[in-house]
Design a protein around this ligand. Structure first.
Ligand SMILES: Cc1cc2nc3c(=O)[nH]c(=O)nc-3n(C[C@H](O)[C@H](O)[C@H](O)COP(=O)(O)OP(=O)(O)OC[C@H]3O[C@@H](n4cnc5c(N)ncnc54)[C@H](O)[C@@H]3O)c2cc1C
Length: 389
């Protein structure tokens, strides 16, 4: 067998790539985790907030990261209330579904920092950062990655975890179908007058989809996916006016609000990649798929990719080559259905609520309210969303 510098190169130390490295800690694999920059803790509260499903929390415990988070900065979602644009309403409760939490809210930079600390402590993981990849060569024997500092690293497998604009995917010539949404996602954090009691809210509105996600204390975070022009207009408003718009859009559900930092806006897109594996490569996280944030599933899909790929690699007998296509296809088969299903559902929901027709508005709101009145359906949906079925 060819001697390589490493068994696995993971390009991209975002949450997906760093969690894959941590899930493989202590294994026989020699891993290099590369990123252009190490995570930086946000000042105050990070504007990038994630709702992590209970199933992914278990995976992050296995990665030895979740249990080290400051518990005072993690918030449990106990209830979720969703409102349609014409009277529809549905709510989900962790208690009714027999769960501890529907999801857990955590700051992206804190979680990334914990994963990197875990990775740095492992003797089988080398963290290389800053790392700027220059060229990639794939041969029958392995992958060779050259870096801007003159180093060339070889491995049996290279994993692309370098986000939605993946450099690795481009170097490999792997096609991705991109469908930009006409919306941007506006994110911001607020303190609020009334206690949120662990409730997350989501409103399907004429001007987009607004989510309020509870943070510890009397604070919460928003993701407002709204047409680009409206998003830019919101971000350009003086902070007080923006805060008033957010409070009014949410029906003043938590009383008076105060912005904790200026808003930021991100472009949104649906991206499908057919070949997430090939000889000596695999793609995970946003490098492999992107979807509308309305379901809050983006990073949960990335963690599930990392868990599945780690499981396939860990189950491999010592004599098998981890970059073999037959091995990597096991990972692809395990993920393809779930990713396609979630992309289809979120895209369909977005289209359903974007349509302006009156009969459709009646149907979607009636459907939402009826679903909420069927306890078994609603409990099953809650458990599915939690990643438990
Ligand atoms: C507005 C908005 C709101 C969202 N809200 C949610 C939510 O509530 N819940 C949720 O689950 N998801 C949400 N998402 C999606 C979520 O942000 C992504 O799914 C997630 O960040 C993907 O993680 P990743 O590790 O795959 O990629 P990334 O986070 O993009 O990480 C990629 C890493 O690769 C590195 N990298 C990239 N290129 C190179 C290169 N050439 N050389 C070296 N390093 C490189 C980067 O530095 C980075 O560290 C949201 C997204 C948006 C836009």
């Amino acid at each position: 067998m060819t001697q390589h510098d490493f068994d696995i190169l993971i390009l991209g130390g975002g949450l997906a790539g760093a969690s894959l490295a941590c899930a493989l800690r202590g294994s026989r694999y020699r891993i290099a985790l590369l990123d252009r920059a190490a995570p930086r803790l946000a000042e105050g509260w990070d504007a990038r907030i994630y709702a992590i499903s209970p199933a992914c929390v278990s995976f992050l415990e296995r990665c030895a990261a979740w249990q080290h988070l400051d518990a005072g900065r993690v918030q449990r979602i106990e209830r979720m209330e969703i409102f349609g644009d014409a009277g529809g309403h549905i709510d989900f409760s962790a208690y009714a579904a027999g769960l501890d939490a529907l999801a857990w809210i955590v700051e992206g930079s804190r979680l990334a920092e914990e994963l990197w600390q875990t990775a740095r402590r492992q003797s089988n993981i080398t963290v290389i950062s800053p790392a700027q990849p220059q060229t990639l060569q794939i041969t029958e024997q392995g992958a060779q990655l050259s870096l801007a500092d003159g180093r060339t690293l070889s491995a049996g497998l290279v994993v692309g975890a370098d986000g939605v604009n993946s450099w690795l995917r481009e170097q490999l010539g792997v096609a991705a179908t991109q469908q930009p949404y006409p919306d941007m996602g506006v994110v911001a954090n607020f303190s609020c007058e009334r206690a949120h009691a662990g409730t997350a809210y989501q409103w399907f509105r004429d001007d987009g989809i607004l989510a309020w996600l509870p943070l510890p204390g009397n604070q919460f975070s928003i993701v407002w996916s709204t047409p680009e022009q409206h998003a830019r207009e919101l971000c350009a408003l003086p902070l007080e006016d923006f805060t008033e718009r957010v409070a009014a859009a949410g029906g003043h559900a938590l009383g008076r609000l105060q912005a904790l930092a200026p808003a930021a806006a991100f472009p949104l897109r649906l991206m499908r990649v057919k070949d997430v594996v090939g000889p000596r490569y695999a793609l995970i996280g946003d490098a492999a798929h992107a979807l509308h944030p309305l379901s809050g599933h983006g990073i949960n899909l990335g963690f599930q990719d990392a868990r599945e790929l780690a499981d396939v690699l860990l189950a491999l007998p010592d004599f098998r080559d981890c970059g073999e296509l037959a091995v990597l296809r096991r990972y692809q088969r395990a993920r393809v259905e779930e990713v396609a299903l979630l992309q289809g559902v979120t895209h369909g929901l977005h289209a359903l609520f974007a349509a302006q027709s009156a009969p459709l508005a009646w149907l979607r709101n009636r459907g939402m309210s009826l679903t909420g009145k069927l306890p078994f359906v609603s409990a099953a949906m809650t458990r599915y969303a939690a990643g438990l079925i």
